[in-house]
Design a protein around this ligand. Structure first.
Ligand code: FAD
Length: 493
């Protein structure tokens, strides 16, 4: 196997890498997919063990209709296996929204059928006056009626700036602050308005909070299974140490298992780790290296998974925030300085709602998370777990009464599972590079790296939207680019 030559080597089997690999292989391109872990899926990997099937980290699919995975499954001929465990018109109560206004002591809870489809639950939650309702509807309508081109007009503006130009009720502003944290792992004062508006539009028109039976990891499992079925070679537990480059052209990769050769390498190991570590900065001009170094990573999520002896939660998702708990840059800096807040935002997925087999013998598994720094060495993570647990005891005492054990994860675990920390404080990113002004839309890093035959797939390059969706879109785009490159190369030779 080591002596074999491939057309393309793909590094990493998260949504970016597995979508590129499986599409190329299906189209007759001979591929090798290398994954450093013993399981595929990257950040969207699911646990499938001892009768449990749940995501390692809390995930929700946005958009639910028109997700980037759908055409991939279609092309692979396994459309029937693309089975979202929730449809946008599901009549059940799907989401529990918990919110505390700044001037109130108690959280208020409402349940709703589907995210954003109907504003009334939000109006009930926020206690809006009639004029505030009208102002909120006006802003939301503006967001969902914009064309993609109009949305890109706001690439250079933060969401905070965009809202400041409108008559935005404070309850809606606070919700958007929470939403920037929960859906993009960014602060409202940095996130690009174009990116947040696009995601709001997706949620409102195409549905938000989708899940899959067995968890999101099922998607990578199917894409990798089809990859192998179509003749692709997948090697797990194989960490790429180096991308080999000769005279400005890719020749293959070095791994502990040997050297593999190919004229094309697609990396989903993260843009910064790929350029600065796997390739090495000496292959690029100084300006590009400085640009890569200057890119800002997104924030992370710490997560707590609760294993319950009996089912007590009945909606699929729980979101909790207050006017004081979502983080903008000053609040985030304060947490980093060790000022641990009394309350945090929470986003929790109840896997049993989507999948009766999520936990064995009538048990329940809940995956909960809150936003935090991406620094694998961040000191505040353990304290944030304590706040998360306390908030659960206060707000959902029924959970803690039957909770048999908890599992805690943070940016260190995300970095170990996915990308190397090549710049101090980076590595544990939730999505990838931050979706902030200067790094989105027209300014999104390109998937086509300035080395012949080197491409970047995944959340860091070439696409837009929410994490898994944009990663699969990026992978789809890279598959097309690679085919063009190989065709041109064949013509020249
Ligand atoms: C806590 C949390 C919550 C999230 N919530 C959501 C959500 O609700 N909705 C949503 O859409 N997205 C969500 N995301 C984001 C989403 O999971 C990511 O944006 C997406 O998985 C990124 O895909 P990727 O292919 O770019 O990278 P990754 O998923 O990071 O995959 C990269 C792969 O490359 C492998 N790799 C890295 N280096 C090497 C190497 N040197 N050699 C071999 N293999 C290597 C890694 O092991 C990994 O498998 C969440 C993520 C986290 C962590």
């Amino acid at each position: 196997m080591v002596d074999e030559n491939y057309d393309v080597i793909i590094i990493g089997s998260g949504p970016g890498g597995s979508s590129t690999a499986t599409l190329l292989q299906k189209r007759g391109v001979k591929c090798l997919l290398l994954e450093k872990n013993n399981k595929v899926g990257g950040k969207m990997a699911s646990v499938d063990t001892n009768g449990y099937g749940y995501d390692l980290f809390p995930h929700g699919q946005v958009p639910m209709i028109g997700s980037a995975f759908e055409p991939i499954f279609e092309e692979l001929g396994v459309r029937d296996e693309f089975v979202p465990a929730l449809l946008p018109d599901d009549p059940r109560k799907v989401i529990t929204l918990c919110y505390r206004r700044g001037d109130k002591k108690e959280y208020k809870k409402v349940v709703q059928t589907q995210a954003m489809a109907d504003p009334q639950p939000f109006f009930d939650l926020w206690d809006l006056e009639e004029d505030e309702k009208a102002a909120s509807v006006k802003i939301m309508t503006e967001m969902i009626t914009m064309t993609d081109e109009q949305i890109h007009d706001y690439d250079e503006m933060t969401m905070q700036e965009w809202l400041a130009e409108r008559d935005c009720p404070s309850a809606l502003y606070n919700y958007m602050g929470f939403h920037a944290n929960a859906s993009l792992a960014e602060p409202i004062d940095l996130v690009a308005a174009s990116e947040q508006i696009l995601i709001m539009k997706h949620m409102m028109l195409q549905g938000g909070g989708g899940q899959y039976k067995g968890g999101f990891g099922t998607l990578s499992n199917v894409m990798c299974r089809e990859f192998e079925k179509n003749g692709g070679t997948l090697i797990k537990n194989c960490k790429v140490d180096k991308i080999n480059i000769v005279d400005g052209t890719v020749t293959g990769v070095d791994t502990p298992q040997g050297t593999f050769n190919a004229p094309v390498v697609v990396s989903s190991a993260g843009l910064q780790p790929t350029i600065l570590k796997l390739c090495g900065k000496d292959h690029f001009d100084k300006k590009y290296v400085n640009y890569i170094r200057s890119l800002v990573p997104g924030w992370a999520f710490t997560s707590v998974t609760y294993f319950l002896s009996e089912p007590v939660m009945d909606t699929g998702m729980y979101v909790m925030y207050s006017d004081d708990s979502w983080l903008d840059t000053p609040r985030y800096e304060s947490v980093k300085d060790g000022n641990i807040p009394d309350e945090v935002i929470l986003f929790m997925v109840n896997h049993n709602f989507y999948d009766e087999d999520a936990a064995p013998g009538g048990q329940q598994v809940l995956v909960s998370g809150t936003v935090c720094s991406a620094d694998p060495e961040a000191k505040e993570i353990e304290d944030l777990w304590k706040v998360m647990d306390k908030q659960m005891v206060d707000q959902f005492p029924e959970i803690m009464k039957v909770c048999e054990r908890q599992e805690y994860m943070g940016p260190k675990d995300i970095a170990n599972l996915t990308r190397d920390s090549v710049i101090k404080g980076h590595g544990g990113e939730c999505v990838g590079l931050a979706q902030i002004v200067g790094q989105c839309g027209r300014h999104k890093p390109s998937s086509d790296a300035p080395i012949n035959g080197l491409y970047i797939a995944g959340a860091d390059a070439g696409s837009k939207g929410m994490g898994t969706h944009q990663s699969a879109l990026s992978g789809t785009g890279v598959a097309r680019m690679v085919q063009n490159y190989l065709r041109c190369r064949a013509r020249i030779r």
